[in-house]
Design a binder for this molecule. Structure first.
Ligand SMILES: [Zn+2]
Length: 488
């Protein structure tokens, strides 16, 4: 079992359960902030000793005491939560002597301690990403230092790992009734969608729950259950190609108006997908709702309501887009065993401030990510073309490069060989040809250096962190009927 996938359900908690969920979200935020506080204080102590000319041993000890790793952060938090700093009360004995009674964190028994452990894990990842980015070990955009989390009414999440105690899993699906998820400390919560597919996979040993993340949306609670699932049935996987076979590549070009155009080397268009109009309409509405928020007085009830409306809109747009991208990536990987994508860094170079364009770039990055991991599941291949390969400006007929091609030229017309072809299809054909010329069968395995770049790495084993939020597989992806309830 090597395939990680996520099932996402909308929760339907009782009033008491909503309170318990909100308490867990608060506990996760509190633990994260407290861990960060402990970490920063320890760093400050070390710095003070260093500049104060303390002995080498004392400075070394202070440095070693700064919690960086997940374990040291968990230990630091657990020590703190029992300490006087976390909670105390004064008792007056019968003799009239006041005594301090160290109680520790008063509400620590009300929430699962897993929540604070996972918050410490998140912080250690954030700190590690920040140090790696600062020292140049991590490429890509610079990572900021972790900051304190703010309290909100429309966001926040907590995570729990599935453990086995006395032979029973702590996170269970459909225990009391089919449409329910059971979480430690919170109990059995109703979900709005059918959980049958997941239950059957678990019952037959084809899936094992790793963890669950509960997220608060605008007036909705969601649960994302990450499972380790068995490989896809061989019947739906692609047949392996011979090592010396260099053919069969299909280029996937991102158009501006058209989201995806796929084409083979001989100029056949295999797929063309228009971006749905609802998304463009969503952007207009987003601008209007955002303006409405900024016009309301800060701290007012009207502002809170407007913020809620905007947050609900964001969720709806995101769900619509995710669902659409999953459909497109499924179409691509089911019917093509060899795909060529353009380099994502191209979009970084061209990025501009226009909202529609930025959303398009983000969608393309997400689509590339989905294509890569799904193609891996299907036993197919994905390569990314060289970032300097001019797939749009090159003539797919004669190889001539047209430097003055502008974005408004919808048709590629070659002055040398007379080729007239749709601009996006021309680029797709070029990508397909590039792969045939530049890859041998061996290099092209999914997971090679190019295909597994940081942005589109599909086969990450570590199934948590930001990966969950951006990388959700929709329920239909694993075969369940699509029932993502729209946010009301
Ligand atoms: Zn030409």
């Amino acid at each position: 079992m090597a395939r990680h996938t996520t099932f996402r359900f909308c929760l339907d908690p009782t009033v008491e359960q909503s309170v318990a969920l909100a308490r867990h979200v608060g506990a996760a935020r509190f633990a994260y902030n407290q861990c960060l506080r402990l970490h920063l204080d320890a760093r400050e102590r070390h710095r003070t000793l260093m500049s104060g000319g303390a002995g080498v041993d004392a400075v070394d000890q202070a440095r070693d005491e700064v919690p960086w790793s997940r374990f040291s952060l968990i230990n630091a938090f657990n020590r703190w939560k029992l300490s006087e700093a976390a909670g105390r009360r004064f008792l007056v004995t019968s003799e009239g002597v006041a005594e301090v009674d160290v109680t520790g964190l008063a509400w620590r028994g009300e929430v699962s301690s897993q929540v604070s452990d996972e918050a410490a894990v998140d912080l250690s990842r954030g700190l590690a990403a920040w140090t790696a980015s600062r020292s140049g070990k991590r490429t890509g955009r610079p990572i900021r230092h972790p900051r304190f989390k703010k309290k909100t009414h429309t966001a926040g999440s907590f995570r729990m790992r599935n453990r086995t105690t006395a032979g029973r899993a702590t996170i269970r699906v459909g225990r009391d009734r089919p449409r329910s998820v059971t979480l430690p400390r919170i109990g059995s919560i109703r979900v709005r969608e059918d959980t049958r597919r997941l239950r059957r996979m678990i019952a037959t040993g084809r899936a094992r729950i790793l963890q669950a993340t509960v997220t608060r949306g605008a007036q909705r609670w969601w649960i994302s259950i990450t499972v380790e699932a068995a490989d896809l049935h061989p019947a739906v996987q692609h047949q392996p190609r011979r090592a010396d076979d260099k053919t069969g590549w299909v280029g996937v070009d991102r158009g501006l108006r058209t989201l995806v155009v796929a084409g083979t080397r001989d100029g056949t268009e295999t797929l063309r997908v228009q971006a749905p109009k609802t998304l463009a309409a969503g952007l207009r509405r987003q601008r209007r709702l955002a303006r409405a928020v900024s016009r309301k007085k800060r701290g007012s009830t009207n502002r809170r309501k407007a913020t809620m409306r905007l947050a609900r809109h964001h969720i709806r747009v995101r769900d619509t887009r995710q669902h659409f991208l999953h459909q497109v990536s499924n179409q691509l990987v089911k019917s093509h065993d060899r795909l060529v994508l353009e380099d994502l860094n191209i979009t970084g170079i061209m990025s501009n401030r226009r909202l529609a364009r930025a959303v398009g770039d983000a969608a393309w990055g997400e689509l590339a990510r989905q294509i890569t991991y799904k193609q891996h599941w299907h036993g197919g291949q994905v390569v990314v073309a060289d970032r300097w390969f001019a797939s749009s400006k090159t003539c797919s007929g004669c190889g001539q490069i047209k430097p003055d091609l502008t974005l408004s030229d919808r048709t590629y017309t070659c002055g040398t060989c007379g080729l007239v072809l749709d601009r996006d299809l021309n680029a797709a054909v070029n990508l397909a040809a590039w792969a045939e010329d530049h890859t041998s069968g061996e290099e092209a395995r999914v997971g090679d250096r190019q295909a597994a770049g940081p942005v589109i790495n599909a086969c990450r084993r570590d199934g948590s962190g930001p990966h969950i939020r951006v990388g959700e597989t929709s329920p239909d992806d694993a075969g369940t009927p699509v029932q993502t309830a729209p946010a009301a």
